[in-house]
Design a protein around this ligand. Structure first.
Ligand code: NAD
Ligand code: LMR
Length: 340
């Protein structure tokens, strides 16, 4: 028996030293809405991320199965599934990053704002729990309408006394992913070399890709090409909603984009320098209180909100045109959080 106990403790010691062998800090990531169309592939991608040591998969149904499935993958992250509100606290406790793809997606003919009535309440409840159980976590908000759900989250955190503008992010990475793909196709450059900032918000004309700043730069695109690329980026979500014909919106490309953004947040937390992503944050870049732009990520989340750089006349016009809609969506979120 003593030798049995010895070998068990040796095993534990070996496991501990193995888990710290990467030299990375232990990081817990929670996904809320993990059994959904985005949640499942996002859970898979986060399980594959070597910076994640603990992965908490929460949903109102279905997470035991998703967690059991993903947990069999032979990567280091320890996976646990949590189901139902009773288990939300445990799912969140100790999280460094909480990713929220919970809520209903669009069907053809709907705008993202049409999701407000259902998703605002979901986001409000989840953020109330975040304020209670992991107030220091970075929150990556995917649930639509992002232009309103991020302000809702901010108000909920303010009410709870936990708001830190450096830790709240609307995930707009899919707009960047699309702009890069569409630009590469049109400019005939290698897609993995492409960078395009996308600023503003995450709905229709509030999505403003800055193709004048795209790299590698090209003279091959006419003003008409840039207009068409801009429109396609703005309508990218609708393109997928229509192609899926009632079966939801982007899930796979969104899971990829969500994993890219969460990975950038993890790197920032771990002190990797010069991590920059476009994201919708509290901002003074324009007169609007929230705005997506390039943001430098660091050990506390937002390290610096970067400016817009030089805009073309077409982009300047786009910027002025988006402000009314974005302002209204932000105000709608703030009002909801304070009245409900
Ligand atoms: P989905 O219906 O497939 O999945 C949503 C999941 O949320 C479901 O599993 C559901 O059970 C869960 N859920 C509902 N209420 C919940 C609650 N209170 N707590 C925890 N989980 C809850 O939808 P989807 O396709 O995964 O899309 C999810 C959201 O992401 C939608 O609002 C969609 O519009 C949005 N979205 C945003 C982007 C973006 O770029 N930010 C891109 C694509 C989709
Ligand atoms: C997207 O851009 O794909 C998402 O916001 C989902 C949608 O409704 O378009």
């Amino acid at each position: 028996r003593p030798s049995l106990m010895r070998s068990a403790s040796q095993l534990l010691r070996r496991r501990r030293s193995y888990s710290s062998a990467s030299g990375q800090p232990e990081r817990k990531v929670a996904i809320l809405g993990a059994a959904g169309g985005i949640g499942q592939p996002l859970s898979l991608l986060m399980k594959l991320n070597p910076l994640v040591s603990s992965l908490s998969l929460y949903d109102i149904a279905g997470t035991p199965g998703v967690a059991a499935d993903v947990s069999h993958i032979n990567s280091p992250a320890l996976v646990k599934g949590f189901v139902g509100e009773d288990q939300l606290g445990e799912a969140l406790e100790g999280s460094d990053i909480v990713i929220i793809p919970a809520g209903v997606p669009r069907k053809p003919g709907m705008t993202r704002d049409d999701l407000f009535n259902i998703n605002a309440g979901i986001v409000k409840n989840l953020c109330t729990a975040i304020a209670k159980y992991c107030p220091n976590a970075l929150v990556n908000m995917i649930s639509n309408p992002v232009n309103s759900t991020v302000p809702i989250a901010a108000e909920i955190f303010k009410k709870a006394g936990t708001y830190d503008e450096k830790r709240l992010f609307g995930v707009t990475t899919l707009d960047v992913v699309r702009a890069k793909t569409f630009y590469a196709g049109k400019a005939n450059v290698h897609v993995t070399d492409v960078n395009v900032p996308v600023v503003g918000g995450h709905a229709g004309i509030t999505i403003l890709p800055l193709f004048s700043q795209a790299t590698p730069s090209t003279n091959a695109l006419s003003d008409e090409d840039i207009k068409a690329l801009t429109k396609r980026t703005q309508d990218g979500g609708t393109e997928v909603v229509e192609a899926k014909a009632g079966k939801g919106s982007a899930t796979l490309s969104m899971a990829y984009a969500g994993a890219v953004f969460a990975n950038a947040c993890l790197k920032g937390l771990n002190g990797v320098p010069d991590i920059v992503e476009c994201t919708f944050v509290q901002s003074t870049v324009t007169e609007l209180p929230f705005f997506a732009s390039k943001v430098k990520l660091g050990k506390n989340g937002v390290e610096e909100v970067l400016g817009l750089g030089e805009l073309s006349d077409f982009e300047k016009e786009g910027l002025e045109n988006l402000k009314g809609e974005l302002k209204a969506s932000i105000e709608k979120g703030i009002k909801f959080a304070n009245e409900n």
